[in-house]
Design a protein around this ligand. Sequence first.
Ligand code: ZN
Length: 127
Amino acid sequence: MTEQALLDGKLLYEYKTISAMVQIYCKAHHHAACVDQCEDCQAFLEYAHTRLDRCPYGQDKPTCNKCPVHCYKPHMKAKAREIMIFAGPRMLLPHPIMAIRHLLAERKAAPGKPPVHASNRHLRKAK
Ligand SMILES: [Zn+2]
């Protein structure tokens, strides 16, 4: 996917983690062909990508669970929760490093207010 090129560092890694989770979830629930995900889950991933790009914390992004900014629309948030609850525990075998990194990040304290102009999108446009 070309969109991926817009993110880097921690944000890109987080996008890869959520993609892997969506694939596990979609395969089990929507029986999409093994390569990709169904249209619905694809739309969710694109949405998640945009949110990552615009996350005001940029590279210091906390895990969404701990984040004081609620940037997801309610129905997207509900879908994200469903995906995490289902795919989270199933990540350990196929993607052990991603799963462990995510668990460790979860243990960090909640952040304060986001910095100004730190989002990936902002930095990207400023280049
Ligand atoms: Zn799906």
